[in-house]
Design a protein around this ligand. Sequence first.
Ligand code: ATP
Ligand code: MG
Length: 441
Amino acid sequence: MRRSAYFLPTLKETPSEAQIVSHRLMLRAGMIRQASAGIYSWLPLGFRVLKNIERIVREEQDAAGCQEILMPTIQSADLWKQSGRYEDYGKEMLRIEDRHGREMLYGPTNEELITDIFKSAVKSYRDLPKLLYHIQWKFRDEVRPRFGIMRGREFLMKDSYSFDLDYEGAKEAYNKMFVAYLRTFARMDLKAIPMEADTGPIGGNLSHEFIILADTGESEVYCNRDFVDFDVLGSDVEYRDVEGLATIVDHFTSLYACTDEKHDAAEFERRVPEDRRHVGRGIEVGHIFYFGDKYSAPLGAFVTKPDDSQVAVHMGSYGIGVSRLAGAIIEASHDAAGIVWPESIAPFKVGLINLKAGDADCTRVCEEIYGQLRGAGIEVLYDDSEERGGAKFAEMDLIGLPWQLVVGPRGIKQGVVELKQRRGGDRQELSSESALARLTA
Ligand code: ATP
Ligand code: MG
């Protein structure tokens, strides 16, 4: 993509309405634009990031055997009346009336709808287990939308739903999602810590929030530092390996990790040695929940068992805040100059800077490199604009692409270009062939 043609409305000044660094940087880097309170448009750079987050989430869900569907944003109120949540959800739910006076709503989540879909198709234990997910916009009329897309009113969520015959089956699905979540966040260079969460009034439930540590987080967290040392991507456990998954989940759940809601100071001190105690703040990026027959019973999702009796299916739901992650990743990875994208999320891998756009030699070398990088399938933002060098460097640092390749008249005379790594700032002068080899390796 050529910078001169790209729609990238970056800001030099820091927007005063933004309280936390990710919100400031997303606005300054031209990633998002507020449409109304808690509702945002995603501009080209931000949209690329959102798509990359979505891709990793999707790949890991698919690998875990979860099947993608797409449910609508607008739902009928009827199912919510059957589950009892039409009343319970309160003012966070956006209620809509259609032209015939029918009660509709903009979905804040999809348990009711998926249960209804399931029930219409599955009647027997032979069709279980099933794991389904979608990635869809949700609306919750939050009392205090804030921090940009981190606590929006309209936001993108990945929500999965599991259906099993009994608790043991449901626990296997839960473990699969638990490990899929660890892997998903690790692939974004995030350390997400599963924390025991409140399960509400129904006993026997199971729930974990996945929280990344960040000073600006909304939750207060207490945990064992051993979490940070576990390398889930290094463990090549497969999603079919029921025992292997259980071992990982048991390891994590044996360590103390709680938000303030569940925290118990005496237990924290008993279970975590003093030098391993971490107290700080965190951002919730995912939430998994086993809730048995909470929806299947009232909505009538029953299957026949081998002995011909009927049982309400055991369900779980598993959410990831896809749009919130864009902000969470920036909170976890930035410096004074701007964003520092992990390679897996970066909107482009390389920023190619032409230091002197009017110079024939600079332009020729840049055009060659640009063509070769694109030919090799590498995503590159080519700054071919007439701006001065300082402004180009500052903008590249701000938008945080992992690699910067700088072509200037002085280097060309010596037959070199400069390759800079955004993370850590290492710079190297090398021939354009070597630079290309490094970037395409
Ligand atoms: P929170 O406690 O932050 O309100 P929640 O418990 O209401 O979260 P879930 O219903 O479990 O959230 O939703 C799944 C995920 O969706 C959350 O883990 C979070 O990452 C994301 N999410 C929830 N609410 C918002 C929001 N208002 N804006 C952006 N993302 C959100
Ligand atoms: Mg909420």
